[in-house]
Design a protein around this ligand. Structure first.
Ligand SMILES: NC(=O)c1ccc[n+]([C@@H]2O[C@H](COP(=O)([O-])OP(=O)(O)OC[C@H]3O[C@@H](n4cnc5c(N)ncnc54)[C@H](OP(=O)(O)O)[C@@H]3O)[C@@H](O)[C@H]2O)c1
Length: 333
């Protein structure tokens, strides 16, 4: 069977591009005993992947070695199996990588129930959904009546954070990068308010929305939106750090944050990484499934077709041109 995969050729300075990958065409040969052959259907494009291709070993996962298939989450279907853990037709999720096919043993990928759409397993019932729920509810200890601010609010994680917050009875303000995204947050997702970090005065807007301060802040981007939130935290407020996409390509932040607010306001700051918590995904998906059934979670996918287009499509995350969860369709079901 013919396979195509993308392997990491060199490490980028700045943005990732097609020049950093080799396209490997190969014959997979017969399936070994104890293994299942997976046809990959979607691969997920996540901002963290920019960190995975850097040389730094000072992170929660080791760098992708040069010459290896690019690491990524994905969903696929079992094409053939010589393993008791998988049967043909099963849907699987996990670290598939940028490949059309892969052979896996027991435990390498998770079989998921076919009760939702395949696309749901990339988004709401995938890393973004788990990250949003865990960060807000477990790390954030979100409580009814609190004022919540989320940056990267129209993105894959951020849009779910805000909607889960609304479902739990919080007042929610989102910060995003275009008027279209802000309108979507307020008109379609029922956020209470939204600010455009490119055109609005964030400090003024946050003061108007939260005169008593922000009780709970969920950070996805860093830079000026983070600084504005830090300045407007309520005493004893909680800040949850999910990501800092504004610096992943090596850019410096424009303004140093007013760190004295952490002491003056007696804030609690907490960072977390969802890949530490794969064991909690099933329980979180039960909770998200309930909200989906109640029609409380809307979600959009931004899909590019063709694995070879993954390196270019990846940069939509940094241009802000992705409208929803960014993914690449590798094959039809
Ligand atoms: N801790 C974890 O386990 C975990 C898991 C998943 C994701 N994350 C983090 O969550 C964050 C969001 O990830 P996602 O997958 O949901 O992506 P996403 O929000 O769907 O897409 C990224 C968005 O970030 C915004 N952005 C890009 N550069 C920016 C900049 N310089 N300043 C302000 N905003 C910028 C853009 O929206 P605008 O148009 O609004 O600028 C873009 O659409 C990332 O920081 C990611 O690393 C963390």
């Amino acid at each position: 069977m013919n396979n195509m995969r993308l392997t990491l050729k060199s490490r980028p300075e700045g943005r990732l591009g097609p020049e950093h990958f080799d396209r490997v065409e190969e014959d997979l040969g017969p399936l070994a005993d104890g293994k299942a052959r997976i046809r990959v259907l979607y691969v997920s494009l996540d901002p963290a992947m920019r960190g995975w291709v850097s040389a730094s070993t000072d992170s929660y996962l080791p760098p992708v070695p040069l010459g290896d298939t690019m690491r990524s989450l994905g969903v696929g279907v079992v094409e053939d199996s010589k393993s008791d853990a998988y049967k043909p037709g099963d849907w699987v999720t996990g670290m598939t990588g940028w490949t059309q096919f892969l052979d896996v043993g027991p435990g390498e990928l998770s079989v998921v129930p076919q009760v939702a759409s395949l696309e749901d397993y990339i988004g709401i019932l995938g890393l973004p959904g788990a990250t949003a729920w865990y960060g807000l509810v477990v790390e954030g200890e979100a409580k009814e009546g609190q004022t919540l601010c989320v940056t990267g609010a129209a993105g894959s994680v951020g849009s779910l954070v805000g909607q889960i917050g609304k479902a739990l009875g919080l007042r929610v303000i989102g910060i995003a990068g275009t008027q279209e995204k802000c309108d979507w947050l307020v008109n379609d997702l029922s956020f209470d308010a939204a600010l455009n970090y490119r055109t609005d005065d964030l400090d003024k807007g946050l003061k108007e929305f939260a005169p008593g301060g922000i009780d709970l802040h969920f950070e996805n981007v860093g830079g000026d939106p983070f600084n504005a939130a830090l300045k407007n935290m309520a005493p004893f407020g909680r800040m949850i750090f999910c990501g800092f996409i504004s610096v992943y390509n090596g850019e410096a932040t424009a303004t140093p944050p007013e760190m004295t607010a952490i002491v003056r306001k007696r804030l609690t700051l907490k960072g977390y990484v969802m890949t530490d918590h794969f064991d909690k995904f099933p329980a979180i998906f039960q909770e998200l499934g309930k909200l989906m059934m109640e029609g409380k979670l809307k979600y959009r996918l931004d899909v590019t077709t063709g694995l070879e287009n993954a390196p270019t499509a990846f940069n939509k995350l940094f241009d802000g041109t992705n409208k929803g969860k960014l993914a690449v369709k590798v094959a039809d079901l």
